[in-house]
Write a protein that binds this ligand. Structure first.
Ligand code: ZN
Length: 62
């Protein structure tokens, strides 16, 4: 567990393995989604961000 990089009072378990920062559920977003990341396949941030996008635009192809 760590503190969100944008909300210093918020404890969160979501961590960017590549850049080593924590984000809370409000701040979840991959910093550079266009760039290859070796942690991506196991990245909760990338996964949840993708899920969020899906909710907003259900017609969007994954
Ligand atoms: Zn936050």
């Amino acid at each position: 567990m760590g503190k969100c990089r944008n909300h210093s009072e918020k404890e969160t378990a979501y961590i960017c393995m590549k850049h080593k920062y924590y984000v809370c559920e409000l701040c979840i977003a991959c910093q550079d989604p266009e760039i290859y990341c070796k942690y991506r396949s196991s990245c909760a941030i990338f996964f949840l961000e993708k899920e969020k996008r899906k909710e907003k635009r259900p017609e969007d192809r994954s």
